[in-house]
Design a protein around this ligand. Structure first.
Ligand SMILES: [Zn+2]
Length: 205
């Protein structure tokens, strides 16, 4: 008795369909999409239509759903959807109202972010400039140290000390300048550490 209720392979073929996207055979109803009356009228261009129209897709429901957009609709797109019946008029108008109200807020937020970025701009530029110079001092010091012969001359040892001193000074200057920036001081982004070291050695600073 039970076996009679089962569909034969032939019937199965009639009641299922192959999806062109995922290549899976699924029940035919997965490929149906019954439009709303408003959608049906708009699609068929029959304003006096009284029955809902059914669309037959080559894609199964889950594949169709994956195609759904993730970005919010624009006001113009909502208007179109109201016209085609994809969105109920009241819901659509409400969405448009909400979007209109959100525009000044969004504009204010964009401007705030713009100024914050601009303010941060020179500070990060300065920071990157100082970092690049400190790295050069570090490279010079370690490179000299690693190539120093075991029987280094007093001159070579003195030069090593000089490189070590310059590297430490560069680090100190960077720290000092960044602290001053943190405290609100505005300065040129192209500060040259070697100029500051020279001035310090000359007793200017
Ligand atoms: Zn599919």
């Amino acid at each position: 008795m039970h076996s009679l209720l089962r569909s034969s392979p032939l019937e199965e073929n009639f009641s299922s369909k192959l999806c062109t996207s995922c290549n899976e055979t699924k029940p035919k109803k997965e490929f149906h999409r019954i439009l709303t009356l408003a959608q049906s009228k708009a699609l068929l261009k029959k304003p006096n239509l009284t029955t809902r129209h059914t669309l037959y897709s080559t894609l199964c429901r889950s594949c169709r759903n994956q195609r759904k957009r993730r970005t919010p609709l624009s006001i113009k797109e909502i208007r179109t959807k109201i016209t085609t019946g994809d969105i109920h008029k009241d819901i659509g108008e409400n969405l448009i109202k909400q979007k209109r109200e959100a525009i000044p807020k969004a504009r204010a937020r964009v401007m705030k972010e713009y100024w914050q970025k601009k303010k941060l701009g020179w500070q990060s530029e300065l920071k990157a400039n100082l970092q690049a110079q400190v790295t050069r001092y570090a490279t010079r010091y370690y490179s000299y140290k690693n190539h120093l012969p075991e029987d280094a001359t007093p001159n070579q040892n003195a030069l090593l000390l000089q490189h070590s001193y310059n590297y430490k000074e560069a680090q100190r200057i960077r720290k000092d300048l960044m602290n001053r920036v943190q405290a609100g001081e505005v300065m040129a982004v192209d500060v040259q550490i070697n100029e500051l070291i020279k001035r310090r050695k000359a007793g200017v600073v």
